[in-house]
Design a binder for this molecule. Structure first.
Ligand code: HEM
Length: 225
């Protein structure tokens, strides 16, 4: 007799979800399940991040800085979770990873569709913010000089910087994970990954932060890496 699906199972789509992993009997070792699931979970979170960024872009285009900030704060919290999840991966020893790696072929997280979507959206987020600022008639300098007069915009700037900052932390945590699990064998493609840490492809947001550092328009007070 067919299993009657509960409302929970229908909503979460548990049947499809739990069929997304390689069958237990086909696993190369006892570490592959958590390895695959961690990637899947992170891919799902990146899908949500990309969606939330699109909503935030629309909010900014509608002139709703406060709502955009709330969306970006959600993104920041998801990014925090992604950074945390790298710690789960750190429980994987190089020896236990090796057989899994052999089954991956040329596959690597650099082919992650979720990550690509976020990188793709970053310039759009930045452009929407620039347009919001232009429409407000204030400059970034004005916002920082008198944040009480520009509270919603100031909140938006902070939220954007948080999103960028936690994105960098994810990349950094991942870099250390790769060093730990693959070690000297880490394949570096130009720009090398540690260089990539400094020159995030999400730089437009960071540039705005940098521009705001020298409040009088002089040299930035803080040197960004
Ligand atoms: C033992 C675990 C892991 C190992 C050994 C590993 C290894 C690697 C390697 C060798 C690269 C290529 C570096 C390059 O192209 O420069 C890479 C890139 C990447 N990996 Fe992982 N990875 C692991 C876990 C994860 C997890 C859990 C995720 C989350 C989805 C992830 C996401 C990514 C992303 C997004 C990239 C592209 C990074 C970029 O372009 O900055 N990786 N990974």
């Amino acid at each position: 007799m067919a299993h009657h699906l509960s409302d929970y199972e229908k909503f979460v789509n548990t049947e499809a979800l739990l069929a997304c992993q390689r069958p237990i009997e086909g696993l190369v070792n006892t570490h592959e399940l958590f390895f695959q699931v961690t990637h899947q979970v992170m891919e799902l979170w990146m899908k949500v991040i990309a969606y939330e960024l699109r909503v935030a872009i629309d909010d900014m285009r509608r002139g709703d800085s406060a709502e955009a900030s709330l969306r970006l704060q959600r993104v920041r919290e998801i990014e925090r979770v992604l950074v945390d999840q790298i710690a789960i991966m750190e429980t994987l020893s190089p020896a236990d990873y090796h057989p899994i790696r052999m089954t991956l072929g040329h596959g690597s997280g650099s082919e992650s569709p979720g990550f690509a979507a976020i990188l793709h959206l970053a310039p759009e987020v930045s452009a929407a913010f620039a347009e919001r600022l232009r429409q407000s008639g204030a400059t970034l300098l004005d916002v920082h000089k008198d944040r009480r007069a520009h509270q919603a915009l100031y909140g938006l700037v902070q939220a954007l910087m948080d999103v960028d900052s936690w994105f960098q932390r994810f990349r950094e945590a991942h870099y250390h994970l790769v060093k730990r699990v693959i070690g000297g064998d880490v394949q570096r493609k130009p720009p090398a990954q540690d260089e990539g840490l400094r020159q995030s492809r999400a730089t437009p947001i960071r540039c705005r932060a940098r521009a705001s550092c020298g409040l009088d328009g002089s040299r930035p007070a803080t040197r960004f890496p």
